[in-house]
Design a protein around this ligand. Sequence first.
Ligand SMILES: *[C@@H]1O[C@H](CO)[C@@H](O)[C@H](O)[C@H]1NC(C)=O
Ligand SMILES: *[C@@H]1O[C@H](CO)[C@@H](O)[C@H](O)[C@H]1NC(C)=O
Ligand SMILES: *[C@@H]1O[C@H](CO)[C@@H](O)[C@H](O)[C@H]1NC(C)=O
Ligand SMILES: *[C@@H]1O[C@H](CO)[C@@H](O)[C@H](O)[C@H]1NC(C)=O
Ligand SMILES: *[C@@H]1O[C@H](CO)[C@@H](O)[C@H](O)[C@H]1NC(C)=O
Length: 430
Amino acid sequence: MYFSFHHFAIFMCLFLLGSTSATLDTISANQTIKDGYTIVSDGNMYELGFFSPGKSTNRYLGIWYKKISYGTIVWVANRETPITDRSAMLKLSRNGNLQILSGNTTEIWSSNSTVSVQSNNPVVVVQLLDTGNLVVWDRSNRKQSIIWQSFDYPGNTMLPGMKFGRNLITGREWFLTPWTSEDDPSPGLYYHWLDPTGYPQIFVRQGPVLLWRFGPWNGQKFQGSPMGNPNPLYVLEFVHNEEETYYKYELKTSAVQRILVMPDDTTVQLHWIDQIQDWAMYGIAAVKDSCGHYGLCGPYGSCSINRYPPCKCLVGFRPQVQDEWDKANGLSGCERKHALDCGSGDGFKKISGVIFPDTRRSSWNHSMTLEECETACRMNCSCTAYANSDVSGSGCLLWFDELIDITESDEKQDLYIKLAASELAGTCTF
Ligand SMILES: *[C@@H]1O[C@H](CO)[C@@H](O)[C@H](O)[C@H]1NC(C)=O
Ligand SMILES: *[C@@H]1O[C@H](CO)[C@@H](O)[C@H](O)[C@H]1NC(C)=O
Ligand SMILES: *[C@@H]1O[C@H](CO)[C@@H](O)[C@H](O)[C@H]1NC(C)=O
Ligand SMILES: *[C@@H]1O[C@H](CO)[C@@H](O)[C@H](O)[C@H]1NC(C)=O
Ligand SMILES: *[C@@H]1O[C@H](CO)[C@@H](O)[C@H](O)[C@H]1NC(C)=O
């Protein structure tokens, strides 16, 4: 047996039923998993128990791979509250609260979950699924319901099926944070989240400093991200409605994959290869290059890693502070050479091969055509640019502020920026 019970009677019962080789994936109310014991998911893919990371002797409750890559941790419960001895146990209370206790009594961590409808005899169980999700089920009614799941609390690893984004009703965020170090799973300084402001994008910050940005979603992928559809291995799904905004990926094959944020914030996609019994790394996010830094070239500046200095002003704009630009510092950005007259004189210039600027001050309409989009931008003085929201050539995105964080890249969508007529005279016939 792989775990211990409080109730000897239950233990005997299961034992006598003859589950000799089968390990259990579930514990019920009042049962515990003590340090040294584990439960294993149905398909043998994942195991849950207490472990010590790296060189640490602290104990944490975690989930790790069992069938492959034995011991590779994918989730940790008490990231910030380690247990210093071997007295820890996981306990499911009768009303559905999952607790880690040390020394039999002290609560170290709690899921804070309870059965939704109070009944005198609630039936709750906690089960480790073969997806890596630890679920507390309420089985009081005929239809069982989830009252808590570890997938709602991602750590440094995004597994297939996990959501990354935000529940717009409850405000709950599904975000990623790396471990502090290999020996310490407490959240490091980096924070990866999906910002639903304007048109959703993925951001990373270090402490309070915005580091970089992926996005926006273009119907197939987040611009600037190596992961996207169509793909033989996985389907990337982006959901954006009144209730929630998130993305997740589901595998199409039996491949084993995870996305990992490492302590130095390097974000990798790992793929298990049986023949070599090791992980192969893919799609290492190019966050270390200078253009990865948010807003490096300021408003109306554009960044290219194939150029030094990397910044230049968009056509129709000039450096705001020439002195700084002369010293290869483009942070202050660019200003218009000719002011807009906010009337019929203004026009648009097409810019190709860029990651769209920050869309937090933007609005969108998925059913508008590009022509309607242009008209909408032309009719609003604060509109600075427009584009198709979808890479397939549909939908409308409108920007209402300075255009910031533009990176030159091989993206397939065109951006149309508003310029004064005098800037466009060369390409227009009057
Ligand atoms: C759990 O323990 C409480 C308190 O001892 C008891 O009332 C309850 O019946 C137990 N529940 C189960 C499912 O064993
Ligand atoms: C934990 O507490 C229970 C109930 O008080 C007791 O029966 C059990 O022996 C204790 N276990 C340990 C390891 O102290
Ligand atoms: C449970 O609630 C406590 C107190 O509000 C909080 O500190 C803790 O982080 C919560 N646990 C989880 C898993 O959210
Ligand atoms: C989106 O654009 C269509 C076509 O112009 C219009 O009928 C619809 O009302 C717009 N939707 C919103 C939410 O503005
Ligand atoms: C222009 O668009 C902004 C942002 O959507 C809006 O707040 C403002 O009212 C619009 N102005 C006009 C004149 O429609």
